[in-house]
Design a protein around this ligand. Structure first.
Ligand SMILES: [Zn+2]
Length: 424
């Protein structure tokens, strides 16, 4: 078995502690060690973290990885992306800037239905090539685990096609990918003629699409876009209850634009996460604080759309909830692959401390994917997923905003992305 010893880091943010979501005051300590420590990796796991001298004696044959005075962290866990899509939608950005509304952009052929039309017209191979290149860009910024949703197909075959792309890339790429079925991303245009057509699509979701997704083992999670004008709370409950019965774990797009009770529904259903939450109510915050459900905040979306209202991270953490952050990487509202930029927004816009932001990007992202028992920490027994940054203090990661400071990532003890500066 290969063994590695990461030495000569200025700091190691271990994020070590309980192997579950950290909530409230538990998010204040990211377990940062100073110089003179080392991380030993044996096979695909972290074997030990400790004083360098002792580690040098304990692992004399390990290959040394010289961190060059940089900062070592657990690889980031991006627990919310829509990484399988076709055409980029850069044409809509200027329209929005000029004050063109969402409905008018849709009328001009933009919006989510543009992505649906586009994805349906592409082959699985074509989508795989596009997603491969985009997902490796995420790795270049320090991300080692990526949740990827379907949701631009909205037919049985196109949703299965999207999830098969994730499955193929999970087997091929060094990144850890987690697939989520989001057949309930929107009501497709062809089912909008009448209330009965809407009912037909809901039946298609639960009676045809979901059984195929479950039978072929194509997704770990089911997700629904619960928002006024998209799926109601009752429809979301119905779809997610069917998904749970089919063996999937649950996520929910909740309270992005209006406080419609999405957070409360996610808590009621014991979902792994409730995502967005920019408009969550006080009642919703209390429900999440009392539940296992991780509050996953997506500040990149608010930045890109030019909105000033970010999710209330402070109220959630101070109220005792577990908060994660994610990129929401998607072609319409958050086309960023830069996870450190999400940390910048967490600190500068949502007023989280650097320790809170780091735990939100690692341990709590893993909890939102139900893998916090083995991912998200630099501690013995955890998957050897690491990111190395060109910085001497962990606080520099959100500070140099927009910069690509990541020098390399490792997933399961194997190099994933190595930046041109070179390692060791
Ligand atoms: Zn989303």
């Amino acid at each position: 078995m290969t063994s590695l010893l990461f030495v000569n880091a200025a700091q190691i943010a271990t994020c070590a502690g309980a192997a579950r979501a950290r909530r409230g005051a538990e998010m204040r300590d990211a377990g940062v060690l100073g110089a003179g420590h080392a991380v030993a990796v044996v096979g695909d796991e972290v074997a030990a973290v400790g004083a360098r001298d002792a580690m040098e004696r304990a692992y004399p044959d390990a290959e040394r990885v010289d961190c060059g005075g940089g900062v070592l962290t657990p690889g980031f866990v991006d627990s919310h992306t829509h990484g399988v899509f076709g055409r980029a939608r850069f044409d809509e950005q200027e329209m929005r800037a000029a004050g063109v509304g969402y409905m008018e952009i849709a009328r001009r052929g933009g919006g989510i239905h543009a992505s649906v039309r586009d994805l349906r017209a592409r082959s699985e191979d074509e989508l795989t090539a596009l997603a491969r290149e985009r997902l490796m860009r995420l790795a270049a910024y320090g991300t080692t685990t990526v949740e990827v949703k379907s949701g631009y197909g909205l037919t049985v075959e196109d949703e299965l096609k999207s999830l098969r792309v994730v499955g193929r890339l999970a087997a091929e790429l060094p990144l850890r990918l987690v697939p989520t079925w989001l057949g309930a991303h929107e009501i497709p245009l062809e089912y909008r003629g009448s209330p009965s057509a809407r009912g037909d699509y809901l039946r298609l979701l639960t009676d045809e699409m979901l059984p195929r997704v479950a039978a072929e083992g194509l997704a770990r999670f089911a997700d629904v876009f619960c928002e006024p004008g998209v799926y109601t709370v009752n429809e979301s409950r119905r779809i997610l209850s069917a998904a749970r019965a089919a063996g999937l774990s649950l996520k929910l797009h909740a309270d992005e634009l209006d406080p419609s009770g999405g957070a409360e529904l996610a808590a009621e259903l014991d979902a792994a996460s409730a995502d967005h939450l920019a408009a969550v109510s006080d009642h919703g915050i209390a429900a999440l604080a009392a539940a296992r459900t991780v509050a996953t905040l997506l500040p990149g979306t608010m930045l890109f759309l030019g909105k000033s209202r970010f999710a209330p991270a402070r109220a959630l953490i101070d109220g005792g909830a577990a908060v994660a952050v994610a990129s929401d990487f998607n072609p319409g509202t958050s086309p960023t692959v830069n996870f450190p930029l999400i940390l910048t927004l967490a600190v500068s816009q949502m007023r989280m401390s650097v320790a809170e932001a780091l735990l939100a990007a690692t341990v709590n992202g893993a909890a939102a994917l139900e893998i916090a028992d083995r991912v998200g920490q630099l501690a013995a027994g955890f998957s050897a997923d690491l990111a190395l940054f060109d910085a001497s203090d962990v606080r520099e990661i959100p500070y140099w905003y927009g910069d690509r400071r990541c020098r390399g990532t490792w997933v399961r003890g194997k190099p994933c992305h190595q930046y041109e500066l070179g390692i060791g």
